[in-house]
Design a protein around this ligand. Structure first.
Ligand SMILES: Cc1cc2nc3c(=O)[nH]c(=O)nc-3n(C[C@H](O)[C@H](O)[C@H](O)COP(=O)(O)OP(=O)(O)OC[C@H]3O[C@@H](n4cnc5c(N)ncnc54)[C@H](O)[C@@H]3O)c2cc1C
Length: 178
């Protein structure tokens, strides 16, 4: 069963005490958190957050209960916290805001997966997060990844991650990507 580390405490002797999602404690000499992103939503009023401290948004990515405020990316409850949904959401919102300002109709956002707020528990959340897309570099030239249930060949993942998407930066910065 999947378990997450939900908190860590440094002990007086320098060791780390890890608390797991099931409540168990582990004492380690060293703890290096290399995954498990915790989004900072601490500055957002709690009435806009769900139990996982994600901003609750509607099908237009607008913050539920707020007026003229939108939330995209990891901090929103719309999709899983990865680059691809964040990229799709930002492109959608850029167009949506222009439509709103022009007074033209806006189509709802098409999420790639079930919204996280609807998930029943951590295990299902973990599963659905990784049912999307995942690509991992292994060494300098090889990689592994999957899209849904389909494994992506190593060289494709390595090629996609070659520049860590920095080649897209210019279009994002100057607006031509939208
Ligand atoms: C180690 C690691 C590896 C990852 N690898 C992959 C991968 O291979 N593929 C993939 O698809 N995704 C990956 N991700 C996830 C991906 O980075 C995120 O999904 C993506 O960055 C989300 O973008 P975002 O703009 O929503 O949030 P972020 O990129 O986290 O940006 C949020 C920004 O807000 C800033 N901020 C927070 N609080 C405040 C505040 N109070 N005031 C002002 N600024 C604030 C933060 O400093 C940050 O710069 C990885 C994440 C991590 C941590």
């Amino acid at each position: 069963m999947h378990k997450s580390i939900i908190s860590t405490t440094k002990l007086p002797n320098g060791q780390q005490e890890l608390t797991l999602s099931g409540g168990e404690k582990l004492i380690t000499d060293m703890y290096i958190p290399t995954f498990g992103l915790i989004t900072n939503s601490s500055y957002i009023p709690s009435k806009f957050l769900d139990a996982k401290k994600l901003v609750m948004v509607d099908e237009y990515l607008a913050v539920r209960g707020a007026k003229n405020i939108w939330a995209i990316g990891d901090v929103s409850d719309a999709e899983f916290p990865q680059f691809l949904p964040m990229d799709r959401q930002s492109k959608y919102l850029a167009k949506e805001l222009v439509s709103i300002l022009r007074g033209t109709p806006v189509a709802p956002y098409k999420a790639m997966t079930t919204r996280r707020a609807a998930l029943l528990n951590d295990e299902l959340d973990f599963l659905l997060t990784f049912v999307g897309f995942c690509g991992l570099q292994i060494g300098k030239y090889t990689a592994t990844g999957h899209y849904g249930n389909t494994r992506i060949p190593s060289f494709i993942v390595a090629y996609m991650r070659k520049n860590l998407f920095t080649h897209m930066l210019k279009g994002i910065a100057d607006g031509t990507s939208f």
